[in-house]
Ligand binder design. Structure first.
Ligand code: PEP
Length: 255
């Protein structure tokens, strides 16, 4: 397992040529550290639009690809959906339960639970996103909400499967808003999430928990130095190769 994971969620942005140009540019920048053993301690992931997975595949040995969403059925009458079978060859990770999927597309914890299972069965590492809304935080319900999401989303999985899951704490109020949780706020929640997962799985283990919510080069290092923050899931600042690379460069100093 990597010491830190730096992941880009491009959402519905970038055409195929733009995706190819980005990965080629980033690959050239990363190749300067090819012989630096620290680079191996960094997991660099990109979640591009699904249509770009195939064309981006194999263009960088430093960058892994992930799918932003999957459907839990293998095939059939599910217009617009993508099954793991279709993308399995081009991706190692599946982003599951992002707050935009939960809010805009009304994805439920039950569906998220099924998607985690589908992803694990196909050998893809799920990156499960959880987080509270502003109303929940202001009503002092952050921990209740996160515990509820974890219990439902992880329901039925044996500890050995839970170990394969990467988590992302993404406070909904910090996504795309420019408002970031302070490193202390984020650390407090990450410590809580670690404990909850340990309780659910019945095993005391180190978990990979990324922080997401307006991470940028200016705040990434402070967040990533916190004990239980094992990486970042980045939206806006990952769309620009300079700012995404700047976050990677700062992370390299921490591994
Ligand atoms: C995200 O979409 O997962 C995200 C964290 O976005 P942003 O970095 O733009 O807040």
């Amino acid at each position: 397992m990597k010491d830190l994971i730096i992941a880009a969620n491009w959402k519905m942005n970038k055409t195929i040529p733009e995706c190819i140009s980005f990965i080629s540019d980033l690959d050239i920048r990363l190749s300067q550290w090819e012989l630096n053993p620290k680079l191996k301690k960094l997991g660099i992931l990109i979640f591009p639009p699904a249509i770009s997975l195939h064309p981006m595949n194999g263009r960088s040995k430093f960058i892994s690809l992930g799918c932003q969403n999957i459907y839990f059925e293998e095939s059939g009458a599910y217009t617009g959906e993508i099954s793991v079978k279709m993308i399995r060859e081009y991706t190692e990770y599946a982003l599951i339960g992002h707050s935009e999927r939960r809010e805009i597309f009304k994805e439920t914890d039950k569906e998220i639970n099924k998607k985690i299972k589908t992803s694990l069965d196909a050998g893809l590492a799920p990156l499960l996103c959880i987080g509270e809304t502003l109303d929940e935080r202001e009503a002092d319900k952050t921990f209740d909400r996160l515990a509820e999401q974890l219990r439902s989303d992880l329901s039925g999985f044996p500890p050995i499967e839970i170990e394969k899951i990467i988590f992302a704490y993404e406070p909904v109020w910090a996504i795309g808003t420019g408002r970031t949780a302070t490193p202390e706020q984020a650390q407090e929640v990450h410590a809580f999430i670690t404990e909850e997962i340990n309780k659910i799985s019945g095993r005391e283990n180190k978990r990979m928990i990324l922080y997401g919510g307006s991470v940028k080069p200016e705040n990434s290092k402070e967040l990533l130095t916190k004990k239980d923050i094992n990486g970042a899931l980045i939206g806006g600042a990952s769309l620009n190769v300079e700012s995404f690379f700047a976050i990677i460069e700062k992370s390299l100093e921490l591994v």
